[in-house]
Design a protein around this ligand. Structure first.
Ligand SMILES: O=C(O)c1ccccc1N[C@@H]1O[C@H](COP(=O)(O)O)[C@@H](O)[C@H]1O
Length: 248
């Protein structure tokens, strides 16, 4: 199983280079002033130029208006826009139409009721990012290093690809992939030594562990497909289905 790996919240050339050297597929820039990972536009432009052609560049914003998004796009020229606030499906569609770039929508998950929101967003976003719902009173809507119950996603099949995030670390990404069978993962806090301070060794470990785990999950499914007893099958179904007809 191929997996895409995004390292988010990179702020310095050194840590960007560490993510690229580790083989990250995507690198994320945060534009949200309360975040310890917030980037000003000039720094974002420099980092974007350094990353271009080596990884996809993703711009994360939180309930940004069109003017702010236009500034981010002018500075960074991102490959995708990650909307990480309380943007409605209509707003997601409007951003996509206005800026003509792939738009990802982050959705906070805390319980099964949150899965009900997914089809409306899957209809308009290019990718869904399933993140932990921010703890009550948190200053940030994401980037809190908190996981959610991955078992909620076991059996989830969306019409759009999803990316898993929220509290992932080098230590737990293997378990997260085994349970959710996500094809893409996103990490920020879990590869830091302090809020906003990326740790190159943890970045490398995360990428390595995620790729190894994805390989193991694929092997498990190949073995299952070859005809082991049904009780050896991993929890998630192998065949695609529509979320509206299958959320279990
Ligand atoms: O990283 C931030 O500071 C941030 C700020 C505002 C919204 C989202 C943010 N980060 C994203 O949140 C998820 C989970 O992060 P973590 O691994 O739990 O720290 C991830 O998509 C980050 O890109």
């Amino acid at each position: 199983m191929a997996i895409e790996i995004k390292i988010c919240g990179l702020k310095t050339p050194e840590t960007l280079d560490a993510a690229l050297a580790a083989g990250a597929d995507m690198v994320g820039a945060v534009f949200f002033a309360p975040s310890p990972r917030h980037l000003d536009l000039a720094t974002a432009a420099q980092l974007g130029a350094r990353a271009r052609g080596k990884a996809q560049i993703v711009a994360l914003s939180v309930d940004a208006d069109d003017a702010a998004l236009a500034d981010i796009i002018a500075a960074l020229a991102p490959d995708a826009l990650q909307l990480h606030g309380s943007e409605t499906p209509e707003r997601v569609a409007a951003v996509k139409a206005r800026f003509g770039r792939p738009v990802w929508k982050a959705i906070g998950i805390a319980g099964p009721e949150d899965l009900a929101k997914l089809p409306a967003y899957a209809a308009v976003a290019d990718r869904l990012l399933l993140d932990a719902k921010a703890p009550k009173g948190a200053a940030l809507p994401g980037g809190n290093g908190v996981p959610f119950d991955w078992n909620l996603l076991a059996g989830l099949d969306l019409a759009k690809p999803f990316m898993l995030s929220g509290g992932l670390t080098p230590e737990n990404v293997g378990q997260a992939l085994a349970i959710t069978r996500a094809r893409a993962v996103d990490v920020s806090s879990g590869v830091e030594s302090a809020p906003g301070v990326k740790d190159p060794a943890r970045i490398a470990a995360f990428v390595r562990h995620a790729r190894e785990a994805a390989h193991d999950v694929a092997r498990a499914y190949e073995t299952a497909a070859a005809g082991p007893p049904a009780d050896h099958l991993p929890a998630a179904p192998a065949s695609p289905a529509n979320l509206t007809s299958s959320t279990s």
